[in-house]
Write a protein that binds this ligand. Sequence first.
Ligand code: ARG
Length: 587
Amino acid sequence: MSNHEVPPLLGQVADAVSGAIGRVRPELAGADPVVRRSEHADFQANAALALAKRARARPADLAAELVAALGSGPIGTVEVSGPGFLNIRVPDAVVWGQVAARLGSSRLGVGLPDDGRRTVIDYSGPNIAKEMHVGHLRTTIIGDSLVRVLGFLGEEVVRQNHLGDWGTQFGMLIQYLDEHPEAAWHQDELSAGTSSVSALDELYKTARKEFDAEPAFADRSRQRVVDLQSGDPATLAKWKEIVAESEKAFRVIYDRLGVLLRPEDSVGESFYNPMLAETIDELVRAGLAVESDDALVIFSEEVTGPDGSPVPLMVRKRDGGYGYDTTDLATIRYRIHDLKATRLLYVTDSRQALHFKMIFEAARRMGWLTDAIEVEHVPFGTVLGKDGRPFKTRAGGTVRLMDLLDEAVARARAVVAEAEKNPELTDTDLDQIAELAGIGAVKYADLSTSRVKDYVFDPDRMVSFNGNTGVYLQYAHTRIRSILRRAGDPEVIVDPGVALEPAERALALQLDGYSAMLNEVSTTLEPHRLSGYLYELARDFTTFYESCRVLDADEPIRSNRLALCQLTARTLAHGLSLLGITAPERM
Ligand code: ARG
């Protein structure tokens, strides 16, 4: 198999129309030919309407000139419709040629358009000694899918898990643990179903109460913060132990989700401690960071508060401490200067939009961020319960992610078992499929909604075999795989001389749009475009399979149709894998 890029028909047609524009109106060479997929033909070019004014012609006349100047190649027939639309049909043989070329490519004909980009992507970022919440589930899933898509398109992706592993709260927690050696929080001391982060989360809350009620404990805790910050070995050792134990608990979730995050991707807030002083120094020397009310701040030139005064970034707090803002200033500087990023992405919920806007502004004013570097906050909405309110347990607490995944897997198992689409499946098969389907369902539900929107976490809907769900797509893939198995998984040769049926044409053109859609995901950073594409693809396949016989068709039609089945199955499985979802062979 080759790994050559197969230029999509849309681009080929656009090039042909561009060529015609240059020939009839040399002064308009390079203008956008405005080519889109169309319901009336394969593609529609709106260039004549868009350019009529500049060409000082009636759209219909310009359209006629363009038709006359169009060559052949990807252009089969052209009709002018309405005030000057060009309805373009591609010759059947050219469409079959695309199918064959993509099928012969290990990359489905997708090129490496983003080659040369070095992308640092910040995602997941749970907080040490705190339970991961559903927001962390979203950043982990969205970030993972972006890592996969951008990496596939040729970007050199650097994953960064910005753990919340530093702060004054650790002083209090360490002091409390020292004074209560009986408190259980190591994974091996806990009962199954409790993780060390949830134990630590609880202990922290208890410590907090003691801190508020007992001035002596509060004093000892404050001293402990000083010890931690000045690197006292015993305190540091305890802190490291807390970090390691929490990371183990996060690891369990990551493994279950099957995300690409590795331990070496963990570069938490504490990593930037040694860089804070020089970062602040630079900010002060540049005159960006200024004293205000005993604190050191950067006043924004872009963001103002309700009273019209500029909003500050906190570089050093009044008590001398450094916080989230300080760390993110050092972080962006490091990612540009040391990691040499040309693209910087931060996947967090939309409530942090202002924070990042101000960090980017400061980095730009400092000259760290230049126009050669793309920087983007990739925000997402809130996960809601069925009642439309932010997702919480009945008691109002954070929902444990593991419980949530367990629930989705249990429902998926019930649905798959009940559907009995495959009576020969054993219990072990079912367990494995349920895991893939349940986890896939959770990811797909997230990745199929427009990223910035809030979405309702509804396990019943997620695992449904019908509608735009992960299970539907996984099942669509297994159906095609079963057709191909019955055919003996042959190596087929596509005969370009076969006439295309309308349903075949629709399916082939959808398959041909795979690379353009992936490019859109890269520019918009919206994985739901990929989900939407796969859903349409599965539906185009269904229409094709309902109207075209495959296994009992005569040759060479049979082989051509098997080629469509193969390319659809491979594209579905590949697209799902870019969403981080496994497509099983049977279910
Ligand atoms: N720990 C943060 C949270 O839980 C997310 C970190 C995001 N990354 C960053 N560079 N600030 O909200």
